[in-house]
Design a protein. Structure first.
Length: 364
């Protein structure tokens, strides 16, 4: 009697996940930046998340040409957290990589990040990225990049603040994640408006080995040709920033870190976000005057807001000035400040975000 041969499935090194929703102008370049990687040992999940434009056709065309692509079709658009989680359940790689469908990556990214992961047995590999803008027909970019360094748990916890305040830890697309670690700790994206932050904070809570790659690979398009850096106001911004701060503080309490220097860096980081919330609220033309006033009062009277503006020792004169109207609970001064910042963001978005980035780096 002949025994049936057992099928042996070779595990890919990396599982790449890309959710797609109505990005037909950009998704082709995003897909090609993965397919053209110098590193070839990966599976590529593309989630057609209920697209209604030509994205589905573009995805199908690429999938027909490359067997590494596995398409997941959603009949309706679902939260990006739900879409990513469904794909994570299907992965079989050693590491997870996440990319947005309207961005691109350097062609040696997977090779260099995987090499760093294997060389150090890191569970969490973090690289730099480029923030890119089109404004008044001109292209500009700036780089956010860590210094090359390997951390074990205790050392990473002591140094995490300098990466948090530079937005290197809370975004998902500049990292390789160990899938064994994700499964062991049952970490998934939460169905909230702040899914990226929660996912990464859940990851770093117990992470033991972290590698910082001193190169930038990801091209994040803050604005597109033709949009001229228009500002879209986010009605959930205040809620997201409050969640962000609360979860970050929870992790630091879990770590047992509460020294003044670290806490003050967190207060400075949150103060900048409070200023952003005030500006967004003041400039949000979709809100009635009464609703704007109500939202401002909610921000100004929030318990975490009061703690931050009371305890903070500002790292920059600019931030100290911007915090004063919030500290004084002055609706009028907040309105003036908010509109001034809103104008600067809309008219000089690249310069505005570059300045904010430099302030964050200078603080360290």
């Amino acid at each position: 009697m002949k025994c049936a041969e057992k099928e042996v499935r070779i595990m890919p090194a990396i599982s790449v996940i890309m959710p797609v929703y109505n990005t037909e102008q950009y998704v082709g370049k995003a897909i090609e930046s993965i397919l053209n990687q110098t590193f070839r040992d990966y599976e590529f999940f593309i989630i057609d998340n209920g697209s209604t434009d030509g994205s589905s056709r573009i995805i199908a065309d690429y999938a027909a040409r490359d067997p590494r692509i596995r398409v997941i079709h959603n009949d309706v658009n679902v939260y990006i957290a739900e879409a990513r989680n469904a794909a994570i359940e299907k992965t079989s790689g050693e590491y997870l990589y996440l990319i947005d469908s309207d961005d691109t990556v350097e062609l040696d990214m997977l090779e260099k990040m995987y090499s760093a992961a294997k060389r150090t047995n890191a569970q969490y590999v973090v690289a730099g990225y480029y923030m890119e803008y089109y404004q008044q027909g001109k292209f500009s970019s700036y780089e956010v990049c860590p210094d090359e360094h390997f951390y074990e748990q205790e050392d990473f916890r002591k140094n995490a603040i300098k990466y948090l305040t530079r937005t290197l830890l809370t975004v998902p697309w500049n990292k390789l994640y160990s899938l064994d670690y994700i499964r062991k700790h049952n970490i998934r994206f939460r169905n909230t408006k702040l899914e990226d932050h929660h996912f990464n904070m859940d990851i770093i809570k117990d992470v033991e080995r972290v590698y910082m790659v001193g190169e930038s690979f990801y091209h994040y398009n803050r604005s597109r040709p033709g949009t001229d850096s228009q500002i879209v106001y986010n009605k959930f911004l205040n809620q997201k920033k409050r969640e962000h701060f609360k979860h970050t503080m929870e992790v630091y309490r879990y770590w047992g870190i509460d020294d003044f220097a670290t806490m003050n860096e967190l207060y400075n980081y949150q103060a900048g976000r409070l200023v952003e919330c005030v500006s967004e609220t003041c400039c949000n033309s979709t809100l009635t005057k009464e609703k704007r006033m109500s939202e401002l009062k909610t921000i100004l009277n929030d318990a975490d807001t009061r703690m931050v503006v009371t305890k903070i020792k500002s790292n920059s004169l600019l931030l100290a000035i911007c915090v004063l109207p919030i500290k004084w609970k002055s609706i009028l001064m907040c309105s003036v400040m908010g509109h001034a910042i809103g104008f600067a963001k809309k008219r000089f978005s690249y310069s505005f975000y570059l300045l904010r980035s430099k302030v964050a780096q200078k603080a360290k």
